[in-house]
Each structure stands twice: as C-alpha cells, then as structure tokens.
Write a protein that binds this ligand. Structure first.
Ligand SMILES: NC(=O)c1ccc[n+]([C@@H]2O[C@H](COP(=O)([O-])OP(=O)(O)OC[C@H]3O[C@@H](n4cnc5c(N)ncnc54)[C@H](OP(=O)(O)O)[C@@H]3O)[C@@H](O)[C@H]2O)c1
Length: 312
C-alpha cells in the first residue's frame, strides 16, 4: 500500500483509506469486523469516521465511533484515526457546531466511544457560521497541546474559509489545519475552481469523500434499473442516477476500457493521480469490495490522460 503525506504535515496516510459512515447503521458488528479486518490486511491504515455517523439508524449518532472503537480494541495503534465534530448530536443548540464549549465536550465523547486517548486527525465537519474561526482554532490548539488530538483538519469549507482558517492559525500561532475533506470524484469536480487552489496555496492535503459517488462510479447501476445498493435506498439517488450522468459514466467506461482498465480503476486512479490527494476514503459493505478497491487504486494516469478526462 502506497503511503502519502497528508498535505505538508508529517502524517503518513494510506492512499486508500476506509470510510465508516456505513458502520453501525448499515453494517452490524459481524459485517463491520469483516470489512475492517480486510482493510487492515490490505494495508489500509487511514480510517475516517465522525461523531454523527449512526444517526438515523437504531444506534443513533455515535454508533459508528462506538462500533469502530469496539472492533479496533487492541489494534488502535495500527491505524491513523480520523473523526469529526460539528453536526448536531443532541436536542440542545450547543450540542453542535464549532464553539469552544462544544468542541471540548465532543472530543471527550469521541475519545470515549472510540476507546482511545488520542485522535490522529480531528476535523471540523462543516463551517459553523455562529462561531468565530479563531475560537474554534484556539480550542483545537488546546487539544493538540494536551495530546488528545495530533492534527487538525476541516471539511466542506469553501476556499475563502480555508484561507481564513490558515491565516488565523498562523497569525495567532495556533495549530494549522493539515487537510480538507471534500465531495470530489470524476462526476463532481466543483472544488477545482476555489478549494483545490486554496489547499495548494496553504499546504493542505485533500481527502475526497463520496469518491465513488455512493457506489455509482463502480458501474453497477445501469440505466435500465439494474443494480442495487445503498444508493438506490438513498435520498441522493434521484440527483445521481440521471440520464446525463449515465451518459458520462458510459464515456468514462469506454475511456478506461481503451486503456485496459475498469470504471472502478478510473474512479480511484483519477483521484490518486492528483498529488494533492492524501487518501481516498471509500466505504465498503464487504471484504470483497475492500479488496476490489485496493486493487483498483494502482493506476496512475499520465498528464495527457488527465487532460482527456478533464475534457470528458
Ligand atoms: N465530510 C463529509 O461531509 C462526508 C460526507 C459523506 C461521506 N464522508 C466520508 O466519506 C466516506 C465515503 O463516503 P460514502 O461511503 O458515502 O460514498 P462512496 O465511498 O462514494 O461509496 C461507498 C459505497 O459504494 C459501494 N461500494 C464500495 N466499493 C464498492 C465496490 N468495489 N463495488 C461495488 N460497490 C462498492 C458500497 O455501498 P453498497 O454496497 O451498498 O452499494 C459503499 O458503501 C464515508 O464513509 C465518510 O467517512 C464524509
């Protein structure tokens, strides 16, 4: 497994990571254990979760972290563990966001659920318009200084907020974010305009989420309605499975086939051919999917193929 530095930090992450937003909700212990074991077996060391994952399932928010903590027992030191804070975890207005009060409470809750005394990468899940970024960064800096958190990052920040956060941290001598987690894949490239240039300018690594557009970029969903998985049960199905997207998928598939590759190879290869990308954190429902994803991640596209994809 290739290891990559996350941004300009010294943190090494596996080029293929494991997203766990389906843990607890869609995968009970046995299924999640099989996925996790295969991931470790395949050399995956970067695992991403969030305090809120599990919401909407019988476990409720916190379920993914709890399950991961249970299944990682005795092996926690083998992985780089990333989690997030920001979405609502309770009925009160202060149980969400990025205030000092909530960040310091939320990290204790995550540490307890994950059964660890440190988090490798603690990410602000979404911008919080009600809290000044300096307050959030100062609270995160305290956590880094206390050893509860090793590195900090954020997710879903627009370009100007990435820049604002980095400059605030620099001027105030606080821990600087090392990564941005963003929706990015062959079909969804909106971050190329502002976010990626901001990450490049500030030395952040990019962690693309929905790298497979919830499974659509595996090619298993067909325009005639064939193919079942979490996407067909998701509220996103109507936005993703459009005639235009099926046409784009067909173009990607024939591009990949001409080079002797599959659509899945292209989905991973296109992301990993961009040096800014630290780790591609697809989720998986089975060990077979983990294996397939790791195998798919080997293709590196030369510049002319990357340009051809830009034009598609
Ligand atoms: N920061 C944020 O705001 C944010 C938002 C969303 C997600 N995330 C992170 O990103 C991670 C990945 O997102 P995601 O899981 O929603 O989307 P995704 O990685 O694009 O799609 C993963 C889903 O595709 C299917 N799949 C995976 N590998 C496959 C294979 N080889 N063959 C066939 N099907 C395959 C599986 O579902 P089925 O088997 O059911 O089809 C799997 O759950 C999450 O776990 C989470 O850590 C972050």
């Amino acid at each position: 497994m290739e290891l990559r530095r996350l941004g300009e930090s010294g943190l090494q992450v596996s080029a293929v990571g494991l997203g766990t937003n389906n843990f607890a909700g869609r995968l009970h212990d046995e299924g999640a254990r099989a996925v996790l074991n295969e991931a470790l077996e395949q050399g995956i060391t970067f695992i991403d979760t969030a305090d809120v994952y599990g919401r909407g399932s019988e476990t409720g928010p916190g379920g993914s972290e709890e399950q991961l903590g249970r299944l990682l027992a005795g092996r926690r030191h083998r992985v780089v563990l990333a989690t997030k804070v920001g979405f609502s975890m309770g009925e009160y207005a202060f149980e969400k966001g990025s205030s000092r009060r909530w960040i310091i409470q939320a990290v204790e809750d995550s540490l307890r659920r994950l059964r660890t005394d440190y988090i490798d990468l603690y990410q602000l899940h979404v911008p919080d318009p009600a809290t000044p970024i300096e307050e959030s960064l100062r609270a995160l800096d305290d956590l880094v200084r206390s050893g509860k958190v090793r590195y900090i990052g954020h997710s879903n920040f627009p370009g100007w907020q990435i820049s604002d956060a980095d400059w605030t941290a620099r001027v105030e001598h606080l821990a600087r974010p090392i990564s941005a987690q963003m929706h990015y894949n062959l079909l969804v490239r909106g971050i190329q305009a502002e976010v990626i240039p901001a990450c490049q300018a500030h030395g952040l690594g990019l962690v693309p989420y929905f790298p497979l557009e919830s499974g659509f970029l595996t090619g298993k969903y067909r325009p005639d309605g064939q193919g079942r998985g979490r996407l067909t049960e998701s509220a996103r199905a109507g936005d993703v499975m459009t005639p235009a997207n099926f046409e784009r998928i067909a173009a990607f598939e024939s591009f990949a086939a001409e080079k002797g590759h599959s659509l899945l190879d292209l989905a991973f290869g296109w992301l990993l051919s961009q040096p800014i990308v630290g780790s591609v954190i697809a989720s998986a429902s089975s060990p077979e999917q983990v294996k397939a994803n790791v195998a798919a991640a080997e293709w590196r596209l030369p510049a002319e193929e990357m340009s051809a994809i830009s034009a598609l």
